[in-house]
Design a protein around this ligand. Sequence first.
Ligand code: V0D
Length: 258
Amino acid sequence: MLFDKFNKRKKTIPSNFLERMESIRERPVPEHIAIIMDGNGRWAKKRALPRVAGHHEGMKVVRKITILANKLGVKALTLYAFSTENWKRPKTEVDYLMKLPEEFLGTYLPELTSENVKVQMIGYKEQLPSHTYRAVEKAMSQTENNSGLILNFALNYGSRAEIIEAVKSIVIDTKSGILSENKINEEIFSNYLMTKGLSDPDLLIRTSGEIRLSNFMLWQLAYTEFWFTDVLWPDFSEEHLIQAIEEFQNRQRRFGGV
Ligand code: V0D
């Protein structure tokens, strides 16, 4: 789009790419991958571009990674697109970000639909501009019967608030007698979170060298394998996703056992 002419990166596909995709599919693939897509602003700054150019480039990477994850047999991809903290950014940047769902869906939804992708969202939709939520809602209803990858956007999401809301709902249901106090366990609790119905992520990826969770899926990431990279999100490629999944497959997962 507008900034494409500044982006002269070479995008070469490694020759062993297809073989590696096949060998990934022969071993257990992470069912649910969560990604903190960090480094868009820094990517733009390095090129003396406005921050929003990095966000726009990052949006194209979302499409590319979604298509590949779907091909690899990943069942769900949760992407941290906008946190409850991100409202503190300059208004011009927030306004731009809130147009990205419409642009993304306008450009890529036909392709994602043909790939059988199902769009979902977690986060507080009430504070989103109505034009943003309307676009997301439309995409969700259009794709609700699709059986391919669940592309789950975390928009205006914060994990501590999610947990507090779950507690409040549990208290209400307990008081009204729908739920008995001694029935409350981890499984019941999970059903009060926004991720109800989704398995916990098997793999968390965070780009751009930050090694923290930033209030993302605190409950759900209890047993998740973490993979961090210094690569900035707009530079994240198919190669990086494949590398992360290969490393995941080489790790011993013990769930606290031996
Ligand atoms: C900017 C990098 C896709 C992270 C990716 C509103 C920051 C690009 C969406 C999107 C953003 C969201 C919902 C939906 C379809 C697409 C998106 C935001 C930011 C924040 F249904 N990319 N993207 N949303 N960026």
